[in-house]
Ligand binder design. Structure first.
Ligand code: BGC
Length: 357
């Protein structure tokens, strides 16, 4: 922590905690901040306003825009400060942005790494500065991580694989995976393999292309799909696309050959554009991962960790260095049979947006 704890800031924090305490009847469920400040014995240092650093890999996909907005909102509600940096899919940039956050005196770092392995040294820098780290959505590999907060990502892959096998009995498939630098991509693929591998082994499925999509870029997926279609004279019957962005790229390539809607294809993230494609029939499914819940859980865990409390991570995920205490939220498969119930009734997407042309 920075030594430069300013008297003025402490006084301000004191005033804020008093006003928070006074106003705690006003329906604020983040009453924990009030109870923290209500103990007569609490030291002035403890009453300093908590500052969270948030480092995100990108804002180019809808889900990460939502994650950012949710965390900013949750931090505001809880009366804590949040400083946000976006790395634009650049590991070196993410590292220097985190150095900057560390120098701003953050208490806890929430880090969604662009590169799971490269981020290990970034995490180590935070730890050297006495800052606890939450690996957000994506695990950091090969170093000590305090908490991993994500969805059950193997399950996400299982939902994709299961859906594909339920909608394609036999045929040639294109099996794309997420970015090789993202540990989630490995987990999604592991999950999907539980369903695809038996079909491959039995000869029902022939994999005509199996490739990762570098940086999860829709353009890269488009090119891979074009290549797969060209190399096989359009003889492709199914596509495992790892997320909605890459599904969008693949569907563009299928559409150019008049095949959109004829080839079952998966996705994940419940982006608005994917929901629209499900309704129009060009994308088969997506996976709903409620980023609102994930973002809120991250801020909640960060505040607890800043106060030295237990964030309640009761699961374990190995990152090749340790079993990382983890909190994993559930994910659900969405297709045209349940899209209204899961995405619209939950308020995640608006009916008028999903059904507008
Ligand atoms: C996330 C997905 C996302 C992908 C690309 C993964 O780590 O879990 O939700 O689609 O990154 O940003």
């Amino acid at each position: 922590m920075k030594k430069s704890v300013r008297i003025a800031a402490m006084a301000l924090a004191g005033i804020m905690s008093i006003s928070l305490f006074a106003g705690c009847g006003a329906n604020n469920s983040s009453g924990s901040s009030a109870s923290n400040s209500s103990t007569a014995t609490s030291s002035p240092a403890k009453d300093k306003k908590i500052k969270i650093g948030l480092s995100l890999p990108t804002q180019q996909e809808e889900r990460w825009v939502r994650d950012k907005a949710t965390m900013e909102e949750a931090a505001k509600k809880a009366g804590v400060e949040i400083a946000v940096q976006v790395a634009n899919m650049d590991a070196a940039k993410q590292d220097s942005q985190v150095e900057n956050l560390i120098s701003q005196g953050i208490d806890v770092l929430i880090l969604a790494p662009h590169d799971a392995k490269a981020a290990a040294s970034t995490v180590d820098k935070a730890h050297k500065a006495g800052i606890k780290v939450i690996a957000y959505d994506r695990l950091v590999m090969g170093t000590d991580v305090d908490v991993y907060l994500s969805f059950d990502n193997v399950k996400v892959g299982e939902l994709q694989g299961k859906w594909l096998t339920e909608h394609l009995d036999k045929g040639n498939i294109v099996w794309l995976a997420g970015s090789p630098t993202d540990n989630n991509a490995t987990l999604f693929k592991q999950g999907a393999a539980k369903y695809l591998q038996p079909k491959i082994d039995s000869g029902d499925y022939k994999v005509v292309m199996e490739q990762p999509v570098v940086d999860w870029k829709p353009d890269n997926a488009l090119k891979l799909m074009e290549n797969a279609l060209t190399a096989n004279n359009n003889n492709v019957q199914g596509v495992l696309a790892p997320n909605d962005g890459t599904a969008g790229g693949c569907i563009q390539a299928l559409a150019a050959q008049g095949l959109a809607g004829k080839v079952p294809i998966t996705g994940q993230d419940s982006e608005l554009s994917a929901a629209k494609r499900i309704v129009e029939g060009t994308q088969g499914m997506t996976v709903f991962k409620d980023t609102r819940k994930l973002g809120e859980a991250a801020i909640d865990a960060a505040i607890k960790m800043a106060k030295g409390e237990d964030p309640g991570a009761d699961q374990k995920v190995n990152n090749e260095k340790m079993d990382v205490p983890s909190i994993l939220l559930a994910a659900e498969a969405v297709d045209k049979t349940n899209i209204d119930k899961i995405l619209i009734d939950s308020g995640y997407l608006k009916k008028e947006d999903v059904y507008s042309k």
